[in-house]
Design a protein around this ligand. Sequence first.
Ligand SMILES: NC(=O)c1ccc[n+]([C@@H]2O[C@H](COP(=O)([O-])OP(=O)(O)OC[C@H]3O[C@@H](n4cnc5c(N)ncnc54)[C@H](OP(=O)(O)O)[C@@H]3O)[C@@H](O)[C@H]2O)c1
Length: 345
Amino acid sequence: MDLVFYLVASMATVGAFFFLTPLYTLFKLLFYFSRYISKEDVAGKVVLIVGASSGIGEHVAYEYARRGACLVLVARREKSLHEVAETALSLGAPEAIAVPADVSNIDDCKRLIGETINRFRQLNHLVNCAGVTPMCMLEDITDITSITPVMDINFWGYVYMTYLSIPHLRWSKGKIVAIASSASWMPAPRMSLYNASKAAVVSFYESLRMELGSEVGITIVTPGLTESEITQGKFMNKDGEMVTDQDLRDAEMSIVPIEMAATSAQAIVDGACRGDIYLAEPRWVQTTLYWVAFFPEMVEWLSKWFLLAEPGASPIDAPAKKLLDVPGLRRVSQPSSVWSSEIKK
Ligand SMILES: NC(=O)c1ccc[n+]([C@@H]2O[C@H](COP(=O)([O-])OP(=O)(O)OC[C@H]3O[C@@H](n4cnc5c(N)ncnc54)[C@H](OP(=O)(O)O)[C@@H]3O)[C@@H](O)[C@H]2O)c1
């Protein structure tokens, strides 16, 4: 019986693919243009950005600032947040406040939503952009419980902030911008926990979108490699500590092009204002989804061969790292800003 269902479902899928693709593409195009025409103006609106002290979140703050939005900037490093707030004010934000908080702590989340509403009386956009990146083989982890902050920050931090913001976003007919990752679909060694946390984020928001209906928009962003502290090599190691390891960065990211954070931020805020449901940035990373969907075994084999060194050897002996050592290739794939291992305090 299973075989019959399988054959019927397969034929229906192939048929739908050929018949529906043109209609679906047309619908998507028309939908895109209608959203483009009715793009939201965020001037004077209130935007809360979690993960605003560096990288993508910092540049998203600058992009909203240029469009005249009032900003609530959240992360743990207070000094960096104040610096970002000052720059945002100089770029055109009418107000920008720094609220230091750890989003893996529900009490911090309640406090920062409270401070936002007390100060501005409304919330229009929530941008969830906080994240940490564990980078190690699962079996090398010394104490598996030391890695649980990955889910606490990358997943639960998003869930807490979303849960607490929904009443205010319903009232303002606002939006949630969820920074996930193309890693949510792309398997890679040393990234199992990070990728799982990002897949959880995508799945959470896809289901939540149905619960919220049209009152609150959700843009799921799946960035490829982007200029930030992560692409400078800031990772969580096998002991659960944050370290900067640029050799490991090179072995994992190789010659995959790293997009400038400002370019990515502009596309993210444009996508949110248009009401995009999904946004892959840069756009080419979306094509990797088709490779994974249609040729999963091949992707897995290639990824293993390219990213892993011989058993027992250091990751920097992997072909991925050696390729980056070919003269000229580093300059083409990485912006010079990620060459420095200096991370903000
Ligand atoms: N860069 C990429 O190539 C790339 C690709 C795909 C997806 N992403 C995703 O993009 C998001 C932004 O990362 P990024 O690339 O811009 O890296 P980043 O420069 O390291 O920024 C991460 C941000 O998250 C904040 N953060 C970390 N833990 C936090 C916590 N417990 N509470 C509050 N804030 C916290 C950090 O601030 P504090 O340390 O001051 O708290 C920082 O502002 C992440 O979700 C990341 O997974 C990045």
